[in-house]
Design a protein around this ligand. Structure first.
Ligand SMILES: NC(=O)c1ccc[n+]([C@@H]2O[C@H](COP(=O)([O-])OP(=O)(O)OC[C@H]3O[C@@H](n4cnc5c(N)ncnc54)[C@H](O)[C@@H]3O)[C@@H](O)[C@H]2O)c1
Length: 383
C-alpha cells in the first residue's frame, strides 16, 4: 500500500466549525482510521497545516492534537508548493479574499458556505477555479445527515408519488448573551461582519431543496431582527443589525412548494433542531437530522375536524420509523472523503463552487425579496 501525504492548509480552525467538524471530526478522524483508502493501492494521509490570525491559539491547538505545522502567514503557506489543498472555515466576510489568493496559488479549494458575501463574488470564484483548472468543493453537510439521507432514499425509491409541499422548521433560542452566554459567535448578528440567518441558512436550504426535490425557481421571504440588542463574547452590549429570523416560501422546479422557517429566536417544541415535512400524493415523511418517519397513503387516518371534542388520536404514533439499514458516518467527514477522492482519484463531485454560488444567490434574492416585499424569480446560473 502506497501512503500519499496530502498537505491541507486549514484556515479558521480555531472557530466552531473549523475546529470541531473539520479538524477533529473529519481530518483527525481520517487519520485515526489510518488515512483514506482510495481503493487503488493508495492511502491518503491528510497532514493539516493550521492557519489563522492568533499564533497562541494555533500553537495550543497543534499541541493538543500532536500536529507540527501552523502559521499566521497565509501568503507564505500558499507559496509552499507542498500544500495541495486550501480549506476555509473563517468568518464569512474573510472567505472570498482568501479563496482568491489560494486559487491564484494553484491550490485545490474546499470551503465552508457561503462561499462569498454576494453572487458576483461567488461566481467570480467559481470561474477563477475553472480557469485555473483546480478542483473545488463546498461544504453541503446537511445532505450527508442520516435523516436527510433517509429522505433522499424515499425520494429515489418513489415513495412520495408527486411531491406537493415541503415544510421546514429550523431554529432554537440563541441566548442574548447578558444573563447566559450566547451559544453562537456575535458576528452572526451583525450585518457588516457577514452575519444574518438568511446568509447563513438559505445556502443550506438551496442545496437541500435542489438535490431532493428540484431547483428553487422563486423565493419570497420576510426577515426579522426579533432581538435588536445582544451581548458579545466580552459581555459588551451591541446592536444586532442582522436578521435573526426568516420566513421563506420557495417554488421548486417540478411544481412543489417549500416553506421554511429559520429562526434563532424560537424555542424548540420539536424532536430535532431542524425538521422537514414532505407531503406527496402517495405518502408523507418527516425528517430531522437523524431520524425519518413516514406515513403511506394506505395508512393515512381520516381525522374529522370537531373542536367540541378532545383529540383522541395520538397523531405522532401513526407514523413509521425509517430504519437506518446501514451505518452513517459524520456528514462533514463523509463529504471530505468524497472531495479527497475527487481530487486524487478523479471521482465525480458536483458540490462545487457553482453549487455554492447558487446558495449565495438564493440568500441574496431572499434578502432582496424581504426588502422589496415581493416574490423574486431565481434565474439559473452558469459559469
Ligand atoms: N456547514 C455548516 O453547517 C455551518 C455551520 C455553522 C457555520 N458555518 C460557516 O462556517 C464559517 C465559520 O463559522 P463559525 O460558526 O465556525 O464561526 P467562528 O466565529 O466560531 O469561527 C470563525 C473563524 O474565523 C476566524 N476569523 C478570520 N477572520 C476573522 C475576523 N475578521 N473576525 C473574526 N474571526 C475571524 C476566527 O479566528 C475563527 O477561526 C462561517 O462562514 C459559517 O457560515 C457552516
Amino acid at each position: 500500500m502506497e501512503r500519499k501525504t496530502v498537505h491541507i492548509a486549514m484556515n479558521g480552525v480555531t472557530g466552531r466549525m473549523g475546529h470541531r467538524q473539520h479538524l477533529v471530526r473529519s481530518i483527525l478522524a481520517l487519520r485515526e482510521q489510518g488515512g483514506l483508502d482510495l481503493g487503488d493501492g493508495r492511502v491518503l494521509w491528510p497532514e493539516p497545516v493550521l492557519v489563522g490570525r492568533r499564533e497562541d491559539a494555533l500553537r495550543a491547538l497543534a499541541e493538543r492534537y500532536g500536529l507540527t505545522r501552523w502559521s499566521t502567514d497565509l501568503d507564505a503557506v500558499l507559496a509552499d508548493p507542498a500544500i495541495d489543498i486550501y480549506f476555509d472555515a473563517q468568518v464569512t466576510s474573510a472567505r472570498e479574499e482568501a479563496l482568491k489568493k489560494a486559487v491564484a496559488a494553484g491550490k485545490h479549494l474546499y470551503t465552508e458556505k457561503p462561499t462569498a458575501t454576494g453572487l458576483d463574488g461567488a461566481l467570480d470564484l467559481a470561474r477563477r477555479a475553472e480557469v485555473a483548472g483546480v478542483k473545488h468543493g463546498v461544504v453541503q453537510d446537511k445532505l450527508f445527515l442520516p435523516g436527510l439521507l433517509k429522505l433522499k432514499r424515499l425520494v429515489d425509491g418513489g415513495f412520495f408519488g408527486r411531491v406537493l409541499s415541503v415544510r421546514g422548521e429550523f431554529g432554537y433560542w440563541v441566548f442574548e448573551g447578558d444573563w447566559q452566554e450566547a451559544q453562537r459567535p456575535s458576528w452572526n448578528y451583525r450585518t457588516r461582519d457577514g452575519g444574518g440567518i438568511v446568509t447563513d441558512m438559505f445556502p443550506h436550504w438551496e442545496y437541500v431543496l435542489h438535490e431532493l426535490f428540484g431547483r428553487v425557481t422563486s423565493v419570497q421571504a420576510l426577515t426579522a431582527t426579533h432581538l435588536p440588542r445582544r451581548w458579545d463574547e466580552r459581555g459588551e452590549p451591541y446592536e444586532a443589525t442582522a436578521d435573526d429570523a426568516a420566513y421563506g416560501i420557495f417554488q421548486l422546479e417540478g411544481g412543489a412548494i417549500a416553506q421554511i422557517n429559520s429562526s434563532w429566536a424560537v424555542r424548540v417544541h420539536r424532536d430535532e433542531l431542524v425538521e422537514f415535512q414532505v407531503d406527496g400524493t402517495e405518502g408523507s415523511a418527516v425528517a430531522g437530522l437523524r431520524t425519518c418517519r413516514v406515513q403511506h397513503r394506505s395508512a393515512t387516518p381520516k381525522p374529522v375536524w370537531n373542536p367540541d371534542l378532545p383529540a383522541t388520536e395520538v397523531f405522532r404514533e401513526q407514523w413509521q420509523e425509517v430504519p437506518d439499514n446501514g451505518t452513517f458516518d459524520n456528514g462533514f467527514k463523509a463529504q471530505w472523503e468524497l472531495f479527497l477522492r475527487h481530487v486524487y482519484a478523479d471521482a465525480p463531485y458536483h458540490w462545487d463552487l457553482l453549487a455554492g454560488a447558487r446558495g449565495v444567490q438564493l440568500a441574496e434574492l431572499g434578502l432582496a425579496s424581504s426588502a422589496q416585499g415581493r416574490r423574486i424569480d431565481v434565474p439559473e446560473i452558469t459559469l
